[in-house]
Design a binder for this molecule. Structure first.
Ligand SMILES: Nc1ncnc2c1ncn2[C@@H]1O[C@H](COP(=O)(O)OP(=O)(O)OP(=O)(O)O)[C@@H](O)[C@H]1O
Ligand SMILES: [Mg+2]
Length: 223
């Protein structure tokens, strides 16, 4: 079971940087045959491709931290940076899906002890689900809001709110279990990975249905 989950986690997480690299390479190919070639724009895309390739090389190491409980080197992190860097990575996808992603910071208690790449992985999985939930939503503005706020004593939370189709009642209580999915192209692993990442950071995850859409939450102990 452990090997099956580990293999599935690695395959799942490799798909994110690889998908972004393919997407950016396609954009570059179109730009290079366009009427005006802007070197600054091209080099920006190449920089982004390199960063995603580097990220792909650390997927195995990061997923082993989760499934084999390897010793983890925590560092002092700002959740604002975690959010900003993840949003920047997801910009091309959000743009192509006409989704507006915005960040709201409502607390000054934004520092935690953690592994930046892992927290970004958890957030990425929340945001990509919100973008997918907006695919078939009948809304005029597709909106994903990332909100950092103080929760209980000594806790800070990152909420990801969307106005998408919402989580079906039938899976609400098992949404963080592996292999639970309602999507034809889904493997049901994004939220299981996010849950494992947050538990490794001594936090917890939860999901609330909204009047229109979903609020996913990762709650972390403050530094
Ligand atoms: N923001 C959301 N809005 C609506 N439904 C959601 C949202 N987030 C998760 N879900 C539901 O929870 C299920 C499980 O999500 P999870 O990320 O674990 O897997 P997946 O997205 O189906 O596949 P994968 O992430 O492995 O590609 C989804 O199939 C979807 O039904
Ligand atoms: Mg998912």
């Amino acid at each position: 079971m452990a090997v099956r989950v580990m293999t599935a986690y690695v395959a799942h997480e490799l798909n994110h940087p690889l998908g972004t690299i393919i997407n950016l390479a396609n954009i570059l190919a179109r730009r290079l045959v366009g009427p005006v070639v802007r070197p600054k724009d091209i080099s920006q895309h190449i920089k982004h491709i390199k960063a995603e390739a580097v990220r792909a090389t650390s997927v195995i190491k990061n997923m082993r931290m989760l499934t084999e409980h390897m010793p983890t080197a925590y560092e002092s992190l700002s959740l604002i940076e975690v959010c900003q860097d993840t949003i920047a990575r997801m910009k091309p996808l959000a743009k192509s899906k006409q989704v507006n992603v915005r960040l709201e910071v409502r607390t000054t208690f934004v520092r935690v002890q953690g592994v930046k790449e892992l927290l970004e992985t958890a957030l990425y999985n929340f945001i990509i689900n919100s973008i997918a939930a907006l695919d078939h939503a009948n809304v005029t503005r597709r909106l994903v809001t990332i909100r950092i706020l103080a929760r209980g004593p000594g806790e800070t939370t990152i909420q990801v709110l969307d106005n998408g189709i919402g989580v079906p009642d039938s899976i609400l209580d098992k949404i963080f279990e592996p292999f639970v999915t309602t999507r034809t192209d889904g493997s049901g692993l994004g939220l299981a990975i996010a849950g494992d990442v947050i538990r490794l950071h001594h936090g917890r995850v939860c999901c609330h249905q909204r009047k229109s859409g979903t609020c996913m939450e990762m709650i972390l102990p403050q530094q």
